[in-house]
Design a protein around this ligand. Structure first.
Ligand code: DC
Length: 242
């Protein structure tokens, strides 16, 4: 199938695509590229956890107070632009697209992302966004840590994107510093390993659940990873379009 044929099929049957993977596996870049090519929405679920962390810090809410943090999730007015070429995030009237990438957010986020009440709220919200897009005769690609398993285990296409540890660190370091010197790699190593460890306590994103396809991006460029995932998309669409 080419992209026009895929878009035509999606306009008839809709699609949900779930992509999980650890930090630096390339899932954001690949998900945005695929959403553009398929003409569907893009949902960065990590940005939702980041936005809540920003809100909790902004309001001076105690990060350790799990009930107060969970209540903040329900009261926060969160707006995400699902256009993959222009992803923006607002909390209330404040645009937080840049601010949620600041190191202070990454440092505090594990208190939010390991809060099980927050996770339950996030899963409901994220699933609602995916299903609405599918029902509207379009679709959504959502990327995160628990999309294939908790948020949308019934997604039409489910992929776990992996890459070896050094390849992931190199990618993240390039993203953050624009280079991959040994010094910068070591700083990022500490952050990423700490965060992966905290995250893996609440979601399994290093081993594929039954029915989830694994794609290893270590030796592949973005185009190669996209092609691998598109093969699963084609298989799904062919099975559902008469
Ligand atoms: O993908 P990211 O680095 O923007 O994610 C930010 C944090 O949110 C990270 O610590 C993992 C967590 N997260 C999660 O627990 N579940 C998701 N579905 C997405 C992100």
């Amino acid at each position: 199938m080419n992209d026009t044929m895929r878009q035509d099929a999606i306009s008839r049957v809709g699609i949900t695509i779930a992509i999980d993977g650890p930090a630096g596996s390339g899932k954001s870049t690949v998900s945005k590229e695929l959403a553009s090519r398929l003409g569907i929405g893009y949902l960065d679920t990590g940005a939702m956890y980041r936005a809540l962390t920003w809100y909790v810090l902004d309001r001076g809410i105690d990060l350790e107070d799990t009930d107060a943090v969970a209540a903040a999730a329900t009261e926060m007015v969160l707006r995400l632009h699902s256009d993959p070429s222009d992803p923006h995030v607002w909390v209330g009237q404040t645009e937080v697209t840049e601010q949620i990438r600041e190191p202070r957010i990454a440092l505090a986020i594990k208190n939010v992302s390991t809060n099980l009440k927050v996770r339950a709220w996030m899963a409901t919200e994220q699933r609602r966004r995916m299903m609405e897009a599918r029902q509207e005769g379009s679709g959504m690609i959502a990327e995160g840590r628990d999309i294939t398993t908790v948020v949308c285990p019934d997604a039409d296409v489910r992929v776990l994107l992996l890459a070896d540890q050094e390849a992931r660190l190199r990618r993240r370091t390039l993203e953050l510093y624009g280079d991959a010197t040994r010094e910068h790699m070591e700083i990022v190593r500490e952050q990423v390993e700490g965060r992966d460890k905290a995250d893996s306590a609440v979601s399994e994103f290093m081993t594929a659940a039954p029915g989830v396809e694994t794609v290893d991006s270590t030796g592949l460029d973005i185009a190669g990873v996209c092609e691998a995932i598109l093969a699963f998309v084609d298989e799904d669409l062919a099975s559902r379009v008469a």
